[in-house]
Design a protein around this ligand. Sequence first.
Ligand SMILES: Nc1ncnc2c1ncn2[C@@H]1O[C@H](COP(=O)(O)OP(=O)(O)O)[C@@H](O)[C@H]1O
Ligand SMILES: Nc1ccn([C@@H]2O[C@H](COP(=O)(O)OP(=O)(O)O)[C@@H](O)[C@H]2O)c(=O)n1
Length: 418
Amino acid sequence: MAKHAKSLLSRWSSRVFLVEVDEKPLYFRLQERHGGERAPRVFGRLREADRCYSVLVCSGDRIKGAKFYPELRNKLARDLPPGCDLTTMGSFLPRVRDSFIRGYFLKSSVEYSPHIERLLRDLGRREPLLVCSYTAADGGGQLWTQRLWSPSQDETPSDYFVVSSDEPECHPSALSMINNDVFHSFEEARDVFRKCGGIIPEAASVLEMLPGSLEVCQKPKFPVIVIEGLDATGKTTLTESLRDSLGATLLRSPPECLSPWRALFDQEPPLIRRAFYALGNYITAQQIAQEGMKTPVIVDRFWHSTAAYAIATATSGPVSSLPQGGSEVYGWPSDLLQPSLVLLLTLDAEERKRRLKDRGLEKTDEEQQLDRNQLFRLRVEEAYRRISGPPCVTVDASPSADKVLQETLLLIRSNCHL
Ligand SMILES: Nc1ncnc2c1ncn2[C@@H]1O[C@H](COP(=O)(O)OP(=O)(O)O)[C@@H](O)[C@H]1O
Ligand SMILES: Nc1ccn([C@@H]2O[C@H](COP(=O)(O)OP(=O)(O)O)[C@@H](O)[C@H]2O)c(=O)n1
């Protein structure tokens, strides 16, 4: 059995599982004997004739695992029998760092079991998977058991009853966020790109754009002001006006030199996509360090965008599912230049939609999700506010463009020496 899968089995009975139903995570855990607890909510409405499966990706190679996870969804969606329900799930060891693994939860009628089990076995030959089946253990459908299959039967832990588990303090993906979703160092992000060179040839071109090492740059002489906010809050409009008003240099992250590859890496799974944006920030940081010796610098998006979208995407549900304020995941990378001031543009959802419509440009998938998914938008906004490091001031972006500019100039003058 694959080494990584084996280590996951060693504490199998302590694992907690979550199934995402309509953006809401429902939790359950395992128990050897049943003490009369109610069935976990995810099994609550099932019938005895239903059969469920969990399929968890447990590849030892995190690049391969990250690539396989979305591929697995496509394959399942294509090859599962009609009427089979497919949703995302995960499993973790409470409070154990890097213990979170992702997968899918399937629900189907028992008559399709042979077909599904054959399909899952085939998929498990491609990449290591941990597959469990869930069966009703009583006539009323109140008791459910989990049976774990593994490539080698003698290593398989026994069957367990599944029982509801309390919600953890925040979404358990937080256990594995650092250096998978949110990169806290240049070297960690570069390492991902070095390792994916064999699968994605364009990774080499991105690596060529990077500084060989991060020289300790001198602090820029002039103020560095980052403008942040969701799409269509007015960043482009404001940054261009600030450049003209302050005689500043305007930079952006990701930098222009990465634009040929942005669309490609936007299609990649979070591990690779986030590493791409993290590396973009380091290139922009170098440009800031140079230009900031000559003029003030205005930056359109920087680290806040990279971290806030990453954290909000890795979690699900309401704002309360985000890692708590003060968590290390919100920390500013110690090797990344800190701007003098970050201004976060905020706009109510309706006005933002109106501006988006007027502008009529194509949006990234993530930006489209902001429109469809109110909870996702709230998580991004809250994650923005929780990021620590340089001072971050919220600016109401709903007045006219000129009023927003005047307000911003006042803030810059009172916070930076200009
Ligand atoms: N303060 C404002 N009031 C009204 N419309 C604005 C304002 N600022 C920007 N816009 C318009 O809203 C749209 C989105 O602005 P833009 O600067 O492109 O946002 P972003 O760069 O944040 O995506 C554009 O059509 C722009 O002309
Ligand atoms: N510094 C940055 C900039 C963008 N991004 C990502 O890029 C997306 C937004 O980019 P965009 O080009 O639509 O933004 P606008 O500047 O057009 O508003 C977000 O989904 C972020 O995930 C990032 O991660 N880090």
